[in-house]
Write a protein that binds this ligand. Structure first.
Ligand SMILES: NC(=O)c1ccc[n+]([C@@H]2O[C@H](COP(=O)([O-])OP(=O)(O)OC[C@H]3O[C@@H](n4cnc5c(N)ncnc54)[C@H](OP(=O)(O)O)[C@@H]3O)[C@@H](O)[C@H]2O)c1
Length: 362
């Protein structure tokens, strides 16, 4: 019994690993992997969801079958779908191939679907085991789960600061606070996000590229959030051959005469206010499961207040910038009591050369 449980864990972990191969390419869908064993417990096929619009993991695994799957077992990290989307329902495939046991790590977080796939499998006489390796599966698809529960994209905020907590000099200069390896890590981190957000002022001051430097193809969507629309005529973000760019503005405050500065090819959307949660919601509707917020202190503060940020990534360089009016990562939250401050959870720390990297959950 214990031995068979260990074997089941091994195959579910393999399904989770296969799922992770789709990282950065499956949105708005989840990352899913599937492993099929024959009736004697031998591996006969596997698959994963490689990209939205491509076959689901289960379908790919059935397409790759080397032997008869009748009376076999399938391991999937997410409940198989039971609806006709861009691809046919996976539940039908599992039933029609005569699978006897299905291991599902977690239910589909979409409340309209949740549990329905499992019920259909059970109704067809298939033994369904739910919950194996659920911690790992939830971690892998945390963005997809968050988006389904809240209708907003999962937000990760990143900033680079000096040992004295400064993100730039008082004249706005911030290139470069951290070392080359930290900056390369940021490029590769960008590859696992669907969109990267900055505010208009960071665009004006830093004129960044915001790409993964080719690690992800296509590159993540680059997003500028502006209240004024007072954006420069020339900008690295206007080169849409490199990556898509989206300008989102607050229609209640922006001066729309500035729209003519934005070149053709750049996408434009307006919102009814400057509340960053509206931006998070808009990006989720556009198919982004997760968003990397690389903004300066003003937008960072608004985004934190609005609940757009679920994780923080902080790079700390062994430098002192000093200055009473140098920039902090956040402006004033106007807390008046220590009970009101953000308490961060599960901090993880590592070194990147001489820089310190801290990851935490809000
Ligand atoms: N060290 C780091 O990690 C790091 C990272 C990013 C930026 N920076 C530095 O930060 C500085 C810019 O700081 P910043 O705070 O002005 O950053 P920002 O990222 O430009 O955010 C502020 C801008 O966002 C727009 N915005 C839209 N909705 C907003 C809202 N609800 N609340 C606040 N802003 C909103 C406004 O653009 P409009 O003015 O166009 O209306 C506003 O000026 C630059 O000097 C840059 O070098 C440092």
């Amino acid at each position: 019994m214990i031995e068979s449980h260990i074997i089941d864990i091994k195959w579910m972990k393999r399904a989770i690993y296969l799922a992770s191969l789709g990282k950065g390419r499956t949105s708005p869908n989840p990352m899913v992997g599937a492993v099929i064993l024959d009736k004697n417990g031998n591996l006969i096929s596997e698959g994963f969801h490689s990209k939205s619009g491509m076959p689901h993991a289960e379908a790919m695994a059935f397409n790759n079958l080397k032997k008869d799957a009748r009376d076999g077992t399938i391991y999937v990290n997410l409940e198989p779908c039971c609806h006709q989307g861009k691809t046919p329902p996976c539940v039908d495939k599992i039933i029609s191939f005569g699978i006897k046991r299905v291991f599902v790590s977690i239910e589909d977080p979409d409340k309209r679907m949740s549990g329905k796939g499992i019920k259909l499998l059970k109704d067809a006489g298939i033994k369904v085991h739910l919950g194996l390796c659920k911690k790992e599966s939830k971690e892998l698809n945390k963005s997809f789960i968050h988006k389904n529960i809240t209708d907003n994209a999962y937000g990760v905020m990143k900033w680079a600061m000096s040992m004295d907590g400064r993100v730039g000099l008082k004249n706005g200069k911030s290139k470069w606070i951290t070392n080359k390896d930290s900056r390369s890590l940021v490029h590769s981190l960008r590859a696992s996000f669907d969109a990267i957000v900055i505010g208009g002022n960071t665009l004006r001051k830093d004129d960044p590229f915001l790409t993964s430097r080719g690690i992800r193809n296509p590159e993540p969507l680059r997003v500028v959030f502006t209240k004024t629309l007072n954006l420069p005529v020339k900008s690295n973000l206007w080169d849409c051959k490199l990556a898509r760019t989206l300008v989102v503005y607050d229609a209640s405050t922006a001066d729309e005469k500035f729209l003519k500065r934005i070149p053709e090819g750049v996408e434009i959307e307006k919102l009814s206010s400057d509340n960053p949660i509206l931006l998070s919601n808009l990006l989720a509707k556009k198919g982004c499961n997760n968003v990397f917020w690389e903004c300066g202190p003003k937008l960072a503060t608004s985004a934190m207040k609005a609940g757009c940020i679920q994780e923080l990534m902080t790079f700390i360089a062994p430098k002192i910038l000093g200055g009473v009016s140098s920039m902090n990562p956040f402006s004033d939250f106007e807390f008046t009591d220590m009970d009101e401050v953000f308490n961060l959870n599960e901090p993880e720390t590592s070194f990147i050369g001489n820089d310190i990297y801290v990851k935490s959950i809000t």
